[in-house]
Design a protein around this ligand. Sequence first.
Ligand code: F6P
Length: 328
Amino acid sequence: MKPNIKNIAVLTSGGDAPGMNACIRAVVRTGIYNGINMFGVLQGYQGLINDNIIPMGPRSVSNIIHLGGTILKTARCLEFKTEEGMETAFQNLKARDIDGLIVIGGDGTFTGARNFSRKYDIKVMGIPGTIDNDLYGSDFTLGYDTAINTVIEAIDKIRDTADSHDRLFFIEVMGRDSGCIALRSAVASGAEAVLLPERFTSTDELIAQLMLGASTKKSSSIVIVSEGHKAGGAYDIAKQVKERFDHYDTKVTILGHLQRGGSPSSFDRILGSRLGYAAVNELLKGNTRQMVGLRGNEIKSMPIEDALNNHNFKLESDLLEMTKVLSI
Ligand code: F6P
């Protein structure tokens, strides 16, 4: 079949996520395998505007499958939201005859891609890459699995010291609007409680839970606080609890950006490879303004519009209930 497209560019945008490099590798090599000229855009949409676009060959992506971060760099670009920014970006693509663009990122990245492809004649595919797992249309986003593994490795270490000193730890994890990382890490690390953006937990409720543990001779406890939790971050919650429940010596750890780094898990390497491969094939079929995602262990394509218009209520309610039951 004759491809509809001759030149494809790929970029990563927003927060980096482990597995992005595996995905870039898959995009570049799938394109070249199909006779397409491949380009990489450095620093996301900012690179499109600044004309930071480089040709890529199969060797440009050698030995990167195991690396965290993104070899293409990334940025959060406000200029791409303007008419002028988009126009400059389009001219830079046009100058190289680039007729397909693959963007790897989260909802901000997808909004940019949707707006750009509505205005200009360029075929666009989105690949969900964010540790937050907050995109509708993919059971898992790229980087989420690795981030959870990083978080539980850190919590396991904190548990050693919490147990040795009989302490209560509040551990804050990432997830601007999504409690996915917090919830899965809580189950996987055996945390006593978890506070999520999607569900309000009162201080009374939390204290009651901790008291129950103390009354049954729990010598230490761990509470996971999602950074998006509405009643405050780990420091605020720790303070509120300590004022009324001082059974334990209380400590706080903010895991921060270490959650975004590190070598991707096998799951994220395979997911990145599958999504990159599928995105190029969708463009070759002539599809545009779509997102490829993982659904029930199959890679499926759906309109980017749907991913943006549906809030992602992915929170697994059985896990939430389980946290409570299994931590008695
Ligand atoms: O979107 C991923 C994420 O890591 C969020 O969990 C977090 O709130 C945000 O990015 C942090 O962004 P930045 O690195 O720009 O501070």
